[in-house]
Write a new protein. Structure first.
Lengths: 456, 456
């Protein structure tokens, strides 16, 4: 890497244009775009496209069998190409009553901006546009070609993105990729997330009759959908957290010595988690902070995300439910694969006597990781020091999921994280927010990555 | 019993005043009175009181710690007193989308009247008023003293009625009691229900954190309220339907030879149930029709009436729920008791490692039965023949529940059923309805019971 460029003018631009950038986020976030509920998706895709076009990106909206992919490209002065992945869909905002201000009316309070999507992921997208604006203002042109790909199905498991990437490898060809998110931990130390777990999201459902029945009539002789569901779920995981699908753990690769070393360098999080989430404890006793870190990312999971059956209102209703369903996500570690899990799940339920339990696949993808010693990772770490006062810490794998497998294994790109997130951001929860100081830092880091990458 | 009175003028009155009586039901049912949701209760109690006052009953509304008890009394010419029990509360109307016409806008269609409460129990109450109107018109006065007691908490397990009965034994003293319901089976043969199972209705709930968490973060290390609930429920009953509370079955009295004889005289219901409810099968294979009857009433149950946790909307949301709850009813047979079941439940959950699962008691009462050979039962059976063309068949115990224990064991009354119900009435379900032909028959039977009882 050549000697570092002087970013003082770029930084000044970012600081003086913060307010405009926040206004851009507010407009984007005021447009609901809940993929799970097919709410406002086309409008949000158009907005994202317009935002890129206003920076002279060549923009195309590609239809998929789900929501469109927004693609934008602008050439730069070097032969290098950087691919930036974001998404314009957001999580459902409920429970609405727990929001301090309405989720789709973004509001600044106390140095933060609140609203659904301000962090995950619309704010990340806009912070990158702000960095690009600053570089264009200072340099007149981009130091490398930048390609943006925004999908509209990240929050529902990206069912169509891997196929899109597979079919459009030339369009998406690049030398490196910046992922949708990034940020700091609870100490404000920036982290570099080098891998994501995979996910297999399903809905299990049972129907035992055409209608609900008076529980006094049917309780002893009619099948009860809620009981069928409870027993089926119980068969999936025991109370010691062992997932009981035969073969489920076979492909699991344990963490390497390098992974364990990286995890051991990270700070303890136990107290932080307990305070932040009001936890009454952890699932197990962990011998040390590294063991907790290992468990939190290198173990696959089976999580019940939702349960519904029968009467759920106040007081009592004596009804025997005809229908019951559960939403479940399996988080997968290398080298598990969602299609294998689906097959294991069907076979297991059949074998355990739950052929009546239907499985609907709601999305997923395999896990993937980037080599911690890749040169692009090194560049991103080096550029972080100038912004955060210290170098990003490497996290070999995180608990969340995303369609990085297609970028790592189909496009063969190193994929790095850099962004505006922090642990209090309430992603996927009420009062989602960003801190304005970290927003500026995230934009400064992106500007440095683009500039140094173009000149590397 | 003396020679039967000539009921032709009474019957004519009932037939010519059907329309007015239905209008009275419509007004009563247009007033929602959902005890579980504290909706319209005071208004419904006042309406019931007014309906009795307009027949010159002395009416009092007694406050309880829950909803008021409506009591009305009118003296008759004989020293006999008949106590009639009804309730003015109804089941919640949801799921609303499955109603053909709005639940609280009663509507006649095809010889039926539809609406929440038209059968259970407002229609039953009004049919009795119609019978009284007819007798007063023909006789000028009542042949026996009639006392009405209407409670407002039947659909939530009558938490305050037993205490009210205990404390007001003089007020309620009588020689016999007519229960809130009655009717015919799927062949239109009238049935005499001689006992009710008890019930213990609870809500189980678990809270593992102060807020829902992103499932990617917490899935491997945070407790999940939904999983805790599933495992706790699973510990209560195995998939062979054995309820696992230690001591639960100890007080169960098996059916007597007389019970078995009475059950064996009843028609088969298996095909009827399968067709009516769109069942995909029964819980077990039953050797004969009597075995199914025995299982359906002489076995206690543990029914999940509702499940709720986490995300329940369309599509996927990757959330780890902080809270989960289930509504459960236990149907009890002689001599089980709800307070014993509550103690067994708490002890069982603690022993199985579910001290974190809270139990809220939402109502209940013990089972109770009337002697099939009681003289009042005989009178009710004899009077039925003239209305239905055949004598009521005796059913020693039914699957449903109600506060009959206080009437049978505190007031020491024979308790009989006589009414307007039929199996297609959808009690507790959408499109609750009554058949107008059976409504008239029910009123005719009640008129005969009152007249013959006063003169017995």
């Amino acid at each position: 890497m050549k000697g570092m460029f002087d970013f003082s003018a770029v930084d000044r631009y970012l600081e003086t244009h913060l307010k405009e950038s926040l206004e851009e986020i507010k407009v984007f976030c005021a447009q609901p775009s809940v993929a799970a509920q097919d709410l406002g998706m086309a409008e949000a895709a158009r907005l994202a496209g317009n935002m890129l076009e206003s920076r002279d990106f060549q923009v195309n909206l590609y239809e998929t069998k789900g929501f469109p992919v927004v693609f934008g490209e602008r050439a730069g002065t070097s032969p290098k190409t950087l691919l930036i992945y974001n998404h314009y869909d957001v999580q459902p905002p409920d429970p609405l009553e727990l929001w301090t201000s309405p989720p789709f009316q973004p509001e600044e309070r106390g140095g933060k901006l609140y609203g659904r999507g301000v962090s995950d992921d619309k704010g990340h997208f806009v912070s990158r546009l702000l960095a690009i604006d600053a570089l264009l203002e200072e340099l007149g042109e981009l130091p490398c070609t930048i390609k943006f790909i925004l999908e509209g199905e990240e929050e529902i498991g990206s069912p169509h993105l891997p196929g899109f990437v597979e079919a459009n490898q030339d369009l998406l060809s690049a030398d490196a990729c910046i992922w949708e998110f990034g940020g700091v931990d609870h100490r404000d130390v920036p982290l570099q997330y080098l891998g994501l777990r995979g996910i297999c999201y399903v809905e299990l459902s049972v129907e035992t009759a055409a209608m609900d029945v008076h529980s006094g009539l049917g309780g002893s002789i009619f099948p009860n959908a809620a009981w069928r569901l409870v027993w089926a779920l119980n068969s999936l995981k025991d109370s010691q957290e062992n997932i009981r699908l035969p073969g489920f753990y076979d492909p699991v690769i344990p963490p390497s010595p390098r992974d364990l070393q990286l995890l051991s360098e990270l700070p303890p999080v136990s107290q932080e988690y307990q305070t932040r989430y009001g936890l009454k404890g952890f699932l197990k006793e962990y011998p040390d902070k590294t063991a907790l870190r290992v468990a939190s990312v290198f173990e696959p999971t089976c999580t019940i995300c939702g349960l519904t059956s029968g009467y759920q209102g106040p007081g009592s209703k004596t009804v025997l439910p005809a229908r019951a369903s559960a939403k479940l996500d399996f988080r997968l570690v290398p080298d598990q694969h969602p299609q294998e899990v689906l097959q294991q799940l069907r076979a297991h339920l059949d074998r355990e006597g739950f052929a009546d339990v239907k499985i609907e696949f709601l999305g997923g993808g395999p896990p993937a990781r980037t080599d911690p010693d890749d040169p692009f990772v090194k560049l991103v770490l080096e550029t972080s020091r100038d912004v955060y006062g210290e170098k990003m810490q490497l996290v070999p794998l995180v608990g969340g999921s995303g369609p990085n497998h297609a970028f790592v294994h189909t496009l063969n790109l190193p994929v790095v994280t850099a962004g505006i997130g922090y642990p209090g951001g309430n992603a996927h929860a009420p009062d989602e927010n960003i801190r304005l100081d970290l927003y500026l830092k995230g934009a400064k880091h992106i500007a440095r990555i683009i500039q140094e990458f173009g000149n590397s």
